[in-house]
Write a protein that binds this ligand. Structure first.
Ligand SMILES: NC(=O)c1ccc[n+]([C@@H]2O[C@H](COP(=O)([O-])OP(=O)(O)OC[C@H]3O[C@@H](n4cnc5c(N)ncnc54)[C@H](OP(=O)(O)O)[C@@H]3O)[C@@H](O)[C@H]2O)c1
Length: 354
């Protein structure tokens, strides 16, 4: 537990003005501990509408998250590209000791497409460039964003392991967010290919964490990936834990998205599918209401992710100070067995996620 200056709270079991206890979790077997809820920095520069992305507001959101007990900041060189790391670097320059920085390599943004590059020379150059942008001399968790189909993953991972030996990186992670299409291909588990990949790279250097989508409406990682991680002491960074905002209950069906927001073309974000999936939001609201006035569906959605195991760290994305603080507060929400059972019994989501 770590003491965080805050307006109201408790410490050492007794309520005390000025401090609150913040739950910590360990990233895999690294002995590197982080606040139980992380911060996904992607929406500040990538993946959502550009008109909403403002550097000053985003900086305030990162500082507010750190003040509220968050330490894991999840970024990537491709977010922006590069501008997200530059933004996180401005914060790290001032308060490196408060943060655990996770960044990624292996995807290059071109004019029309994003392409994978897992060549060892490229990985080495990408790491040096990330260190410069992040204004730090070490990256806490360096993740392979996507394996390059033209380079054996062991080769890429070997180059990443050399970065650990060189002291530029503390631990390695693998992203599995793009694993979902395997389900469409007819395999029983969407993470089957990921697990095969993980077993290959484990032969080269230990995996500290896997980043995969996990939320109330995308629970597939619970089937095999999460147990695989648990059995090996590997942490799981839960990406998109708020269902890209849907589970927060703040999006109105038919409200529309700006044309450059990918949700404008996403099958689960049509007015029809958003209306059809409202029972999920209503279920989260019911549970939130039982926990008191200030508790939100977003916090319940994050507490459900936290409830999936002590090795799970959700990384909700936001560029807003208010939501960064709200999300950090989910670490203090304890769902009961009744709450968890009620959420697990909610109707499965409608609409393709692909
Ligand atoms: N490794 C990968 O390939 C990969 C892929 C996707 C995501 N990720 C990681 O996962 C993180 C989270 O994913 P995500 O950001 O796409 O999805 P998410 O966390 O499920 O949802 C983010 C969306 O929810 C909104 N939001 C956040 N907190 C809210 C709250 N308390 N109330 C109302 N709305 C709220 C955000 O709005 P605003 O942005 O307007 O604040 C944003 O639109 C990313 O930031 C990234 O670090 C990794």
């Amino acid at each position: 537990m770590r003491r965080i200056p805050y307006r109201i709270g408790y410490f050492g079991g007794r309520h005390r003005e000025g401090y609150r206890q913040v739950e910590r979790r360990t990233i895999g077997a690294t002995a590197l501990d982080v606040g139980a809820v992380g911060l996904g920095c992607m929406p500040m520069s990538w993946g959502y509408s550009r008109s909403q992305q403002r550097g000053d507001r985003s900086l305030r959101a990162v500082h507010a998250a750190l003040d509220a007990g968050v330490s894991l900041l999840d970024t990537a060189d491709m977010y922006g590209p590069f501008t997200n790391e530059l933004l996180v670097g401005r914060v790290l320059k001032e308060r490196r000791a408060d943060a655990f920085v996770s960044t990624k390599c292996g995807l290059l943004v071109g004019d029309q497409h994003v392409v994978a590059n897992g060549r060892p020379g490229y990985v080495r150059r990408a790491c040096d460039a990330s260190l410069r942008r992040l204004q730090t001399d070490v990256i806490d968790l360096y993740q392979l964003h996507r394996a390059d189909p033209e380079v054996p993953v062991e080769e890429t991972w070997g180059a990443m392991a050399e970065l650990v030996a060189a002291g530029k990186v503390r631990a390695l992670g693998l992203c599995a967010v793009g694993a979902r299409p395997a389900r469409r291909g007819g395999t029983a588990d969407p993470y089957e290919g990921t697990i095969r990949q993980l077993e290959r790279v484990q032969q080269v250097f230990p995996v500290a964490a896997v980043e995969a989508e996990l939320s109330v409406w995308s629970p597939e990682a619970l089937e095999r990936l999460l147990p695989w991680c648990r059995a090996r002491g590997v942490g799981l960074l839960a990406a998109m834990p708020l269902g890209s905002g849907f589970l927060t209950g703040t999006l109105t069906p038919g409200g529309g998205f700006e044309p450059d927001d990918p949700r404008a073309r996403h099958p689960r974000f049509t007015a029809e599918m958003m209306a059809a999936n409202q029972p999920l939001v209503a279920g989260l609201r019911r549970v939130a209401a039982r926990h008191g006035d200030g508790v939100t569906p977003a916090q319940v959605a994050l507490a459900w992710v936290l409830g999936q195991g002590p090795h799970v760290v959700p990384v909700p994305g936001t560029k807003r100070e208010r939501w960064a603080v709200e999300n950090a507060g989910a670490a203090e929400l304890r769902l009961t067995a009744r709450d968890l059972a009620e959420i697990d019994a909610l109707p499965p989501p409608r609409g393709s996620w692909d």
